[in-house]
Design a binder for this molecule. Sequence first.
Ligand code: SF4
Length: 489
Amino acid sequence: MANALGLEVKKVTDYTAEEVETTRNWINSEEYKEKNFARQALVINPAHACQPLGAQLAAHGFEGTLPFVHGSQGCASYYRSTLNRHFREPAPAVSDAMTEDGAVFGGQNNLHEGLENAIALYKPKMVAVFTSCMPEVIGDDLTAFIKNARQKGFVPKELPVPYANTPSFNGSHIHGYDAMLLSILQSLTEDKKLEGRCTGKLNLIPGCDFNTGNYREYKRILEEFGIPCTMLADISDTFDSPCDGTYHTYLGGTKLEDAADSINGKATITLGPYATPKTFAWIKDTYSGKQVSMPLPMGIEKTDAFIMKIAELFGKEVPASLKNERGRAVDAMTDSHQYMHGRKFAVYGDPDYLMGYVSFLLEMGAVPQHILCSKGTKKIEKELQGLLDGSPYGAGCKIYMNKDLWHLRSLVMTEPVDAIIGDTHGKFAARDAGIPLFRFGFPIMDRVNKHRYPLVGYQGVINMVTEICNKFIDIKDETCEDRYFEMMR
Ligand code: SF4
């Protein structure tokens, strides 16, 4: 059969089993890996989502806030369904559904009509507007559009409407999160800085983190210290809510008045610096008190640093309960290190998660052989290399910046590892390689309740050790010869 260009097209069904087998083997070869890594103009299965998805996550972290997508309806469905599949909770958001006419004449009419309808129907306390690709490509001027919306009365005078440009052809969900969070905080704190006022609270920014268990873990740690906290963009109740038989459009989130007063905080810590660089830079220039940017507290060393920094900022002793918890985490690591020691891992994901995975693995004497970031920078690479250089288990490990999960597949097929750490998208490579995938990232759409298990703090260490080691023991039990099938492992 010939195609429109007159070229012969071979149907998939025309290939012999032998040809299929040859190709199957070839894509596992070194030769194919070289070709795969020479690829430049095509991305296959990227390990990141688009900017507006991160913006929507930030918006959900505030009380009574309606995420509003200026752009395509289909894009909005993608963010909503991805969040929905990960958390197994609704992720309500609206879109002004730009179509062909909006693409030609601009989307101001869509935005105005959409804002008027959404505010009347859903009665939000705040509307957080962000963009999909289409209005960014045509250059819609959000600043002017929203100013006009206020002048024309589509938006009530007192209603905060922060907005962020979130072009997806640039950056990833973490950049959208940063842009939206910055705009929300700028909007809510305007004129709220008071001379001489101090809330006495810690402002904690957990970063673009999709694990509700992590948020609860931070709160628990701060309760142990007895330190009052305003968590900025708190999604813990939004996406981990009790099932009471009633649908709530707005659940949880940071109270808007607390967010507004955060500018008068005693101190601000942002965790996951790669997810909030712009927000943190602005906070440093604007907020009262001390400001600290730290890595996610994953693994013992990074958790220690977090705990000590809190103690230092608030002049408090580390509570005995947390010291005991640290001891239990170290005990859990010691009890199980033999199941992880020397094991090789491939890890991928957001830079802040990657720093945490790599630190933790090195602490366990495991080898993070392939480290892959699909939106990487020289700075991220340098920091990762620093972690590797600081441990004998980091020797020979390689970092791959701006590579995708098809590259990862070539890596695990040609330079085998014992397991992969990442999100659900890595399951295909893990299956082909016949190794387990530890689902610690975002999105996790094929397992339940993972977002409820913290990976940060000492409890996070225990959770990660338990999950990884028990899986290796399971594999041993399932695959060993009868004579090695033991009660004890
Ligand atoms: S990348 Fe652009 S077009 Fe695709 S879902 Fe994201 S915003 Fe929409």
